[in-house]
Ligand binder design. Sequence first.
Ligand SMILES: Nc1nc2c(ncn2[C@@H]2O[C@H](COP(=O)(O)OP(=O)(O)OP(=O)(O)O)[C@@H](O)[C@H]2O)c(=O)[nH]1
Ligand SMILES: [K+]
Ligand SMILES: [Mg+2]
Length: 382
Amino acid sequence: MGIVEKIKEIEEEMARTQKNKYHLGTLKAKLAKYRAQLLEPTGKSGGAGTGFDVQKSGDARVALIGFPSVGKSTLLSKCTHTVSETAAYEFTTLTAIPGVIEYQGARIQLLDLPGIVEGASQGRGRGRQVVSTAKTADLILIMMDATKSDEQRRLLEYELDAVGIRLNKQRPDVVFKRKTTGGITLNITVRLTKTDEKTIRSILASYKLHNCDVMIREDITTDEFIDVLIGTRKYMPCLYVYNKIDAISMEQLDKLARTDHTVVISCEMSLNLDYLIERIWAELGLVKVYTKKRGAHPDLNDPICLRKGATIEGVCVGVHRSLVTNFRYALVWVSHLPLSKSDTGLFNCHCQGKSSKFAPHAQKVGLSHLVQDEDVVSIFTK
Ligand SMILES: Nc1nc2c(ncn2[C@@H]2O[C@H](COP(=O)(O)OP(=O)(O)OP(=O)(O)O)[C@@H](O)[C@H]2O)c(=O)[nH]1
Ligand SMILES: [K+]
Ligand SMILES: [Mg+2]
């Protein structure tokens, strides 16, 4: 029996076992194991888990996932200088097409992908290739047709979930360590309301984990516990994008727009596209830092873009690798401080219409100093 059949069998058994929580846990563990196998490369080139071969570029990657003809390629063509073929028929796009969104000095790679169908995660169409590519992104845009039923959202979430992508979720607060001897030490520091100790132990047994330390510090579900054991889950931010709002009523539009993590747009009428890009920027949590040479004003037109949580070391690497080895210290001017009685001492900067104010005194910092959005940095070397 192939893996797909085995999965189907377990799913059927699960449907019959709804009430027996303990048995359900074991079945879920089995199911997760088979699904993981499904995604393992088969050894042949272009194996199951391989995505499209598109080089990453820019400061971040955003992947477009959706059913056929929801307008993914139209969006790419509108927001970037790349043209991706669009048409009224399904499966117009057959491969991954990268474009670049330029915003706030950042270069964000937007990846147009083929439409996926139900069953994509189990190998239907190019589904597995598409979802594997999605895993390489920093943000997923789930694109939908606002004129169609909201069932599409649940189906897409299911497909991504099946390949281990967890959308807009934090990694569960569970510590899990394998050991070679000593049995199982299970430490639960909160009251579990969605699963219980017996189920947790049965899942450990079904994974043949007889020696390990487990500390559960959050009210997790059975599925979340299995995710921790499998360990390869990817926790990714996601925006739900409803396109074609030119074709729905105001009432429908209002309802969609109020949903969490959701943006409504019309590619064809160019409605709300700027806002979508703002939201993409915010979700990515990019930080831009301006560099400044001694005695000169910072160059506001050429920021270095870094991830949230980046340090001075990241800034050095962004300029030139050698700066890390020869690093002595950096000076940081924090921007946008609330202005005091007088502006004197703040250095003002005007550059092609942009204007910013920075604190008069720089802070002397080392490589591990965290940088904030819009900081000005001078690096001093040996
Ligand atoms: N009414 C309306 N139609 C749109 C909008 N955006 C795209 N379309 C139409 O939707 C159809 C599909 O657009 P595509 O961009 O090819 O869709 P896709 O998601 O890339 O499709 P596949 O590559 O086949 O998966 C085209 O006929 C577009 O003109 C929109 O905002 N409103
Ligand atoms: K299409
Ligand atoms: Mg397309």
